[in-house]
Ligand binder design. Structure first.
Ligand code: DHB
Ligand code: MG
Length: 226
C-alpha cells in the first residue's frame, strides 16, 4: 500500500485522481475521445498530454486573450484541439508536425472536432517551418523532440509579441532532467533548456512539476519580456 488511498502504487493513485478530474471538471468530450481512439488505431505513440493538462493549455490561451497560437509537435492533434478551443472562433493555431502520417490523423481529428477552420497543420522538420513563419504569436506550446528545445525556444521568442507565453512540455521526465545520463539526448536537451532560459535576456518564468496519467513530468511556463 502506498499513500493514504490504498492504491497498489503511487502511479495508480495519480491515475485515479486524473480520472476524478476528468469525470467531474472536464466531463464527457466525444471529440477528444474520438481523437485519442483515432490516434491509437493508427498506431501513434501514446504520448499526448493528458486531458487535464490539455484543459490547462486551453485555459491559459483563454485567460491571456490569445488569438494566435504556435504549436511544435502536433502528434494526433489532441493538445491542438484544446488550443483551438482556447483561441475561439476568431483565433488561429499553427501547428508543426514532422511525420506526414501523424499530420493526416491530426487533420481528421481536428475536422471531427469542428476546429479545422482555425488550425493550419504544417508538415516537415519544425526548424525549417519555423524559419518561414511570421508572427506575432501570443502563445507557443513546444511539445516535439526535446533535442531541439533551445532552438525552438529561440524561434518562439523571435515570433512572439512582447508579453507572450511560451509553454514547454516534458521538462521533468521523472526527474531525469536533474542529472541526465549523457546517452539520453532528450533529457540532456531538456536540461540545457533550463540554462538557456536562465541566460536569455527576454525570458522569465518557472516550471511546475506534474503527476497524473502521464506519470511524473512538468511544464515550463515562460513570459517573453519587452
Ligand atoms: C515523449 C514525448 C512527449 O512529448 C511526451 O509528452 C511524453 C513522452 C517521448 O518522446 O518519449
Ligand atoms: Mg509532450
Amino acid at each position: 500500500m502506498s499513500g493514504v488511498g490504498g492504491w497498489k502504487s503511487v502511479e495508480d493513485g495519480w491515475q485515479a485522481v486524473d480520472d476524478l478530474i476528468c469525470a467531474t471538471l472536464l466531463g464527457d468530450d466525444p471529440a477528444l475521445a474520438a481523437c485519442l481512439e483515432r490516434s491509437r488505431a493508427a498506431g501513434l505513440p501514446d504520448i499526448a498530454v493528458s486531458a487535464p493538462q490539455g484543459r490547462l493549455l486551453e485555459l491559459l490561451a483563454t485567460v491571456t486573450g490569445t488569438r494566435r497560437v504556435l504549436e511544435v509537435g502536433t502528434l494526433g492533434g489532441f493538445s491542438t484541439i484544446f488550443l483551438a478551443r482556447g483561441v475561439g472562433g476568431g483565433g488561429r493555431v499553427t501547428t508543426l508536425e514532422l511525420i506526414p502520417e501523424y499530420a493526416a490523423i491530426a487533420r481528421e481529428s481536428l475536422a471531427a472536432a469542428g476546429v479545422d477552420d482555425r488550425v493550419e497543420v504544417i508538415v516537415g522538420p519544425a526548424l525549417d517551418s519555423l524559419a518561414r513563419l511570421a508572427g506575432p504569436i501570443d502563445l507557443t506550446f513546444l511539445d516535439a523532440d526535446k533535442v531541439n528545445n533551445c532552438a525552438y525556444v529561440d524561434h518562439a521568442v523571435r515570433l512572439s509579441r512582447p508579453g507572450a507565453l511560451i509553454l514547454v512540455d516534458n521538462v521533468v521526465r521523472e526527474g531525469n532532467v536533474v542529472a541526465p545520463d549523457p546517452s539520453d539526448e532528450s533529457a540532456v536537451g531538456t536540461r540545457r533548456l533550463y540554462d538557456h532560459v536562465r541566460d536569455h535576456p527576454r525570458l522569465a518564468g518557472t516550471a511546475i512539476q506534474t503527476v497524473g496519467a502521464k506519470g511524473w513530468d512538468g511544464l515550463m511556463i515562460l513570459r517573453v519580456l519587452d
